[in-house]
Design a protein around this ligand. Structure first.
Ligand code: AMP
Length: 125
């Protein structure tokens, strides 16, 4: 079920628990602003999630309330992850699902990185 993006931040959501080290993840990158790990149900040969360390429910919450340093740090972290994964030469796709129509399921902002194959269609559902 998609989340209601207006809900308050839930400190027990799965990504909050991963950030606290209570649940393991297959980590690929970490810095002061972000943690990146492999998606547990990959939809492409490379499927990595990048999450901010701050408590943000969604992209809407993040862009409305995060400070400029946090937004800059997180955005740069996404780029660092794609380069670390070697995706900058072949290319890749980024996706952020937001709220009901976006079918966001985890109430902690996450950027999906998809790579490792050619993508053709913008949206398939
Ligand atoms: P979204 O629909 O944008 O909220 O995507 C949530 C993503 O989180 C899905 O692609 C899930 O496969 C992924 N996911 C859920 N739990 C975990 C977990 N424990 N570790 C890694 N990825 C997860």
């Amino acid at each position: 079920m998609p989340i209601d993006p207006r809900q308050p931040y839930d400190d027990d959501n799965i990504f909050a628990r991963i950030l606290r080290g209570e649940i393991p993840c297959n980590r690929v990158y970490e810095d002061d602003w972000a943690l990146a790990f492999h998606d547990i149900r990959p939809q492409a040969p490379v499927h990595v999630l990048v999450i901010p360390k701050g408590r943000y429910v969604s992209w809407d919450d993040f862009t409305a309330t995060a400070g400029d340093a946090e937004i800059g740090g997180f955005t740069r972290a996404v780029g660092n992850v794609t380069r670390q994964l070697g995706l900058d030469a072949p290319g890749y796709r980024l996706m952020v699902n937001m709220g009901g129509h976006g079918h966001q399921e985890v109430p902690h902002l996450h950027v999906h990185i998809f790579g490792g194959r050619q993508f053709l269609h913008m949206i398939v559902d």
